[in-house]
Write a protein that binds this ligand. Structure first.
Ligand SMILES: *Cc1c(COP(=O)(O)O)cnc(C)c1O
Length: 430
C-alpha cells in the first residue's frame, strides 16, 4: 500500500518517516499534538505546476488559507509563487514572510473598505471582485487614495465540481462570484469607473476536485465571456482558473497538477487564447499531503468482545491528545483522513474509533480503524498539511499545537506550542 504523501512519507523498517525524519522521535522531541510538514514535499508540489507552465506567461498564487504559517509562506515566496489571499490579515502575513504584494491576488466575497485600502497601498497585483457593489466600493477607495485598483471579476460559471456541498463554490446557488449572465454588464460598468482598471477574469469552482471536466467546463464558460468582453472593447489580460485540485486522502485518484495544467493549456490553445497569462490558485494540492498531525495515545477503552459488533458496548475507543480543535475536518465535513501508528506493533489488531478529549461526540479523527495500539504510542494523522492548523481553535481552552518544518536534515520549530496564559491574556474580569 502506498501512503498518501509518498515518496516524502514512507515506512522504513516499521518506522513512519517524513522527509527522512522519524516521526515518533519528532513527537517525543517537540511534544504532541504536533503538525510536521515537509518543505521538500511542498516545493515538489509547486514545481509540478511551474514545470508544466514553463514557457507560458503564468503565475501560481498559493491559496494561503490552506496553511498560512509564516515559514510555509516563506517557502513558497522563495520558490517563486505568488499568493491568493482572502483577508487583510493574510496580506500582512505574506509581507511578514517576505512575499511580494505585486504577486498577490485578493479574493473574497466580503472585503472591507479598510482591507481594500490596505491592499491598494501595498500594491497588490489584482483584486478578484466578487459582486457589483464591490466595484463601487473599491472604486471609491481607490479614488480617495489617488490610486487605480487592478481588477478581475470572479465569475460564477455554474458548473458542478462534484465535491462536498460545503466546499463547492461554482454553482448558481453559492454565495461566490458574479453570475455568468451578469458578468458582461459588470465588465462594462467596471470599465466606466475611473478608479478601476480591468486586468483579468477568474473563477474558483470548489475544493477537493478529483476530475478534469469541471475545470474545462468552467474554462470554456470563462473564455466565452472573454470573447464577449473583448468584443465590447474591454481588453482582458489574464485568465485565472482558481484552485481546488484534490489530493489523495484514501482512495481518491485526482488528476496530477501537470495533467490539469496541460489540459487547461490545450483548451486555451484550441480556442485561440494561448497568448494570455494564466493564473492558478492551488491551496490543498500544494500542502495537503506535505504534512501530518502527530498525536499520542492517552487512554484505550476497548469494547466488550462478548456482544455482537453492532452493539454499542462492542465499540472500542482510542483517546488521543489531538482533538477536533486541532483538526476539524472529520467533525466538520465527515472527512476521512488516514491514521497510521508511527511504529508498528506485533500484537493482534482491534477496530478503534480514534477520538479526542473534547466534550463533543463529534470529536473524532477516524472511525473503525484496525490497529494494534498501546498507551503512549504516537499516531500520525495523514494529509494534514491543508486546512488543519489554520482551522484550529481554542475550544475547551486547549492551546493550539506546535508546528515543525522539515528541510533536508533540519527540523525547524516554526510555531511554538500556544501557552494557556496567552489564551486569556486579553480578557478582563469585571
Ligand atoms: C480556497 C480557495 C482556493 C484554494 O482552494 P484549494 O481547494 O485549497 O486548492 C483558491 N481560490 C480561492 C478564491 C479560494 O477561496
Amino acid at each position: 500500500m502506498s501512503l498518501p504523501g509518498a515518496p516524502f512519507l514512507a515506512r522504513v523498517d516499521g518506522a513512519l518517516q517524513l522527509e527522512g525524519h522519524d516521526l515518533a522521535e519528532l513527537g517525543a522531541r517537540f511534544g504532541t499534538p504536533l503538525f510536521v510538514y515537509s518543505r521538500g514535499a511542498m516545493r515538489a508540489a509547486l514545481d509540478e505546476y511551474l514545470l508544466a507552465l514553463k514557457g507560458r506567461p503564468h503565475l501560481v498564487c498559493y491559496a494561503m488559507k490552506a496553511n498560512s504559517s509564516l515559514a510555509v509562506l516563506q517557502t513558497f515566496a522563495q520558490a517563486g509563487a505568488g499568493f491568493d489571499i482572502v483577508s487583510g490579515g493574510e496580506l500582512a502575513r505574506v509581507l511578514a514572510a517576505g512575499g511580494r504584494a505585486d504577486r498577490v491576488v485578493f479574493s473574497g466575497v466580503g472585503k472591507s473598505p479598510a482591507e481594500m485600502r490596505q491592499a491598494l497601498q501595498a500594491g497588490v497585483r489584482c483584486f478578484n471582485v466578487e459582486s457589483e457593489p464591490e466595484l463601487d466600493t473599491l472604486n471609491a477607495q481607490a479614488l480617495a487614495l489617488g490610486l487605480i485598483a487592478p481588477i478581475s471579476l470572479r465569475v460564477n460559471p455554474d458548473v458542478d465540481a462534484g465535491t462536498h456541498p460545503y466546499i463547492a463554490t461554482g454553482l448558481k446557488g453559492n454565495k461566490f462570484g458574479i453570475a455568468h449572465d451578469r458578468a458582461l454588464a459588470a465588465y462594462r460598468r467596471a470599465a466606466t469607473l475611473p478608479g478601476l482598471k480591468v486586468l483579468g477574469i477568474d473563477c474558483h469552482i470548489g475544493s477537493q476536485i478529483t476530475q478534469l471536466e469541471p475545470y474545462i467546463d468552467a474554462l470554456d464558460r470563462l473564455l466565452d465571456l472573454v470573447e464577449g468582453v473583448e468584443a465590447a472593447g474591454i481588453p482582458i489580460h489574464h485568465v485565472d482558473v482558481g484552485g481546488g485540485l484534490g489530493i489523495t486522502y484514501t482512495d481518491e485518484t485526482p488528476p496530477r497538477a501537470s495533467a490539469l495544467v496541460a489540459a487547461v493549456l490545450a483548451r486555451m490553445d484550441a480556442r485561440g487564447h494561448g497568448h494570455r497569462e494564466l493564473l492558478f490558485e492551488p491551496g490543498r494540492s500544494l500542502v495537503g499531503n506535505a504534512g501530518v498531525l502527530l498525536t499520542e495515545v492517552m487512554v484505550l477503552k476497548p469494547g466488550r468482545d462478548d456482544v455482537p459488533e453492532t452493539d454499542g458496548a462492542a465499540k472500542s475507543f482510542c483517546i488521543v491528545d489531538a482533538a477536533m480543535n486541532d483538526m476539524v475536518r472529520p467533525a466538520m465535513y465527515e472527512a476521512w483522513m488516514g491514521i497510521e501508528p508511527c511504529r508498528l506493533r506485533a500484537e493482534t489488531t482491534r477496530r478503534w474509533d480514534i477520538v479526542g478529549p473534547v466534550c463533543e461526540s463529534g470529536d473524532w479523527l477516524g472511525r473503525d480503524r484496525d490497529m494494534a495500539l498501546a498507551p503512549g504510542d504516537t499516531l500520525a494523522v495523514l494529509s494534514a498539511g491543508a486546512y488543519g492548523m489554520v482551522m484550529s481553535s481554542n475550544y475547551n481552552t486547549r492551546p493550539r499545537a506546535a508546528e515543525v518544518l522539515l528541510d533536508g536534515p533540519e527540523a525547524h520549530l516554526i510555531r511554538e506550542r500556544e501557552d494557556v496564559a496567552a489564551l486569556f491574556a486579553g480578557e478582563r474580569l469585571i
